[in-house]
Design a protein around this ligand. Sequence first.
Ligand code: AMP
Length: 309
Amino acid sequence: MSLVVVGSIAFDAVKTPFGERERMLGGSAVHFALAASFFSEVRVVGPVGADFGDPEYAVLHERGINTDDIEQVPGGKTFFWRGHYDYDLNTAHTDETQLNVFGEFQPKLSAESRAADTLFLANIQPDLQREVRELCDEAGLVALDSMNLWIETARDSLLRTIAAVDIVFMNDAEVRMLTGEGNLVRAARAIMATGPRAVVAKQGEYGAALFTEDSFFALPAYPLEAVNDPTGAGDSFAGGFLGYLHSQGDSGDADEGVLRRAMTYGSVLASFNVEEFGTERVRRLGRGEIDGRFAELKDMTSLEAVPAR
Ligand code: AMP
């Protein structure tokens, strides 16, 4: 029973109105894996360079994440992303992307990773996502995230990858951009018509919406007073969501209640991620804090008045 993620493993340089970091551990697969590790056993697939050392591995190992399929390229450099945010923390501005070891990456998966029953194709070049999807042909639940860069530069490949997954996670603007459909409901339907059974449209500080063929569910983001760095919020959301779904044994047949709880765990993990820079907050997180915030979100979104806890 394992949950496998392929995606970027990165060093990030991030500047927000509340601070900056010149080089910190990041990447879509890292943020996802940390969040999912609170619910499931997680294996990370992806390349790193010679500059990726013990302190970086330690962040993953402290959470029990399996790194056997992280390929260290001798003399190579780890993927690097530099970005900034203005006061609208919902919009990341990319200043620099160095693919480095990802430029030459050919996924090689161990037998254990190939046997994944849940697979997350975190944000990375869509051809690579599809290669991994084809290698993990036993996975009963496959989900994907992507971004505007790949919609602009590799749209056809991305559409082929989307057709081979069960759940698509994207920002609402990206859902619209990909489909050329301004209305989010119709845009989500257009994606589902190509194969996936669900679309999760992430809406930054406004929360996230889940579309399936016959249902709709939406949650606000947990109302935080201090948001310092939104980098990785989307991946942490997907990690909480899929980590929980995987722990419930979902292989494409989750009932509506399980999906709604997955949305809630996704929101909770994303909320902790954005409180501090990079992985700082999630590294210190405990399961009790997660469950406490889950209960709060449940109360906040109840249609009935709820007595104070
Ligand atoms: P998000 O959850 O969308 O905020 O994801 C943030 C992470 O995505 C950062 O830690 C970056 O390292 C990573 N990232 C940024 N651009 C790319 C890209 N083009 N491909 C893969 N990962 C990226």
